[in-house]
Design a protein around this ligand. Sequence first.
Ligand code: BYC
Length: 334
Amino acid sequence: MSGNDLGPALATDDDRVEPAAVDRQAGFDRLIAADERLEPRDWMPEGYRKTLIRQIAQHAHSEIIGMQPEGNWITRAPSLRRKAILMAKVQDEAGHGLYLYSAAETLGVDRADLLDLLHAGRQKYSSIFNYPTLTWADIGAIGWLVDGAAIVNQVPLCRCSYGPYARAMVRICKEESFHQRQGFEILHTLSHGTPEQHEMAQDAVDRWWWPSLMMFGPPDEASPHSAQSMAWGIKKHSNDELRQRFVDMTLPQAHVLGLTVPDQDLRYDEESGHWRFGPIDWAEFHAVLKGQGPCNAQRMEHRRRAHDEGAWVREAAVAYAEKQAQREASGAAA
Ligand code: BYC
């Protein structure tokens, strides 16, 4: 007897699952095509979820490791005003880490596990934080260049396809704008101060310029994740596009500061309206990613130690939450 003799084939379990999966994928594709936001309750492909966890976790790790180079200058800030501002900025970075770990947790991961991955060297943080802060002017250069690069990279993320990440970025970007201005103001003061102060500002910019350009990631042709992340609306622009936008935005500001950037090949291209810059040392970038930057070992050692020393705070928080839950349960029972 042939199958046809039985009339329409009976639906199997597989047949029933198949249309639902197709519908879910189609729903996801529609949201992405319409440039709408996905929320944690929405179905999403596993690759999309994993990509977001990778990027948001790396971003969160960068925020908390990023507290170290600046924290290095809190006790040595040149005035009470500068100290208060720097402390507020470093606290903001901790807050950014918290929003981002919370955003990652909406994807079904635990913050504690993400931190374990960072400490085991299995998740990355931004290359930029593996450089030392040698003088007070470095605090200005970080604010102006590093936070400036962060803004250019992160403003488009406010419109990314995953709602919790996009919303976290809105607040982070507002705070980053203030950070960038305070860095600019530090450098402006130094640059227009004594010749020694000017020299110190120039030296800091010379050291932070190229690492800031590397923050945007490898060139487009060597960026394995960009194409898929852009198709999913996680990234809105390519690494090279954002790097160019940063250079175009920053060079007029360097002029106002009275400082230069260390690039012999730099020239303004009238036709395109863009600043053309010289080759980036990608060997240095890859070495830093492999753990061979000037401060990788120090940053990780400090982070692990801070984590271990904070164990009692986490234990106390858990004990307190358990006590509250017990009180509520016994209150409800009474
Ligand atoms: N450093 O295919 P690609 C801040 C990795 S916080 C280290 O282009 P993707 C601040 C990349 O992860 C600043 N690793 O990747 C805080 C990937 O490795 P895996 C942090 C880098 O994800 C405190 C591989 O290279 N900002 O501003 O499409 C104080 C291939 O790259 C870097 C964010 O995290 C790097 N620079 O694009 C002050 C923003 N670049 O995962 C300031 C959010 C690339 O395959 N993240 N890699 O092992 C992004 O926008 C994107 O993840 C990136 C990279 C543009 C960074």
